[in-house]
Design a protein around this ligand. Sequence first.
Ligand code: PGA
Length: 253
Amino acid sequence: MKRIPLIAANWKMHKTTAEAKAFITLLAEKTASSQRRIYIAPSFPAIEGAVNAVQDAEMTSKILIGAQNMSDHAEGPFTGEVSATMLKHSGARFVILGHSERRQYFAETNACIQRKVQKALYTGLIPLLCIGESKHERESGHYESVLSLQLEECLKDVNAQQMAQLLIAYEPIWAIGTGENATPKIAQQTHRFIRDWIEKKFGHACSEEVYLLYGGSVKSDNISSLMQQTDIDGVLVGGASLDVNTFSAIVNY
Ligand code: PGA
């Protein structure tokens, strides 16, 4: 099965609503002839403006707006939190869950991420689940068991039908924001490992449908070699997604 390349942007804590809108208007022009799928995750306050900008540019079938995180609770006294339902009503279509910065700085565990995956699915948001190992786990050869555990625990109670809708981003922690991206060979081998894991658990058809994105220092000069790999269906871009010219070049690789 052919999976259409999917280029996702994680803007992290960057861009006001006005900046997000201006970016999307330009991106729509620069990628007008591209067939690729584009996902953009602005900060919470900029989501609605970004959704409107996509509608104004008549790109709703190609550019999807989503969030970078959400609460694992449905609603209640959780000051500062944002629920899946609120995101859905803002026009978000997907949500990044389990990013390593959330795990590292906000103490998110696999159990917490699993509850978020369930809430997202229940609410009709596409979960974009991030997994990845540290440098030490890679070098000591334990990365496969680390990734298996993250998949096992975060995807608990997900069925094959739901799994086929999910996106998985493999983001080795040592490659995020460091400029040291995984070589296409390492990324491919690890993506193959993840697809095999999915096949064993959810069956062959599901493993062929599910999108596996690579993330970690993706740039316009390494995108082609990454996307040539059989099991890399797309990328999740942080730093290089902030400039519209750079990001358009990645989309149009
Ligand atoms: P980077 O970030 O592209 O800046 O390495 C990727 C990510 O954190 O998703």
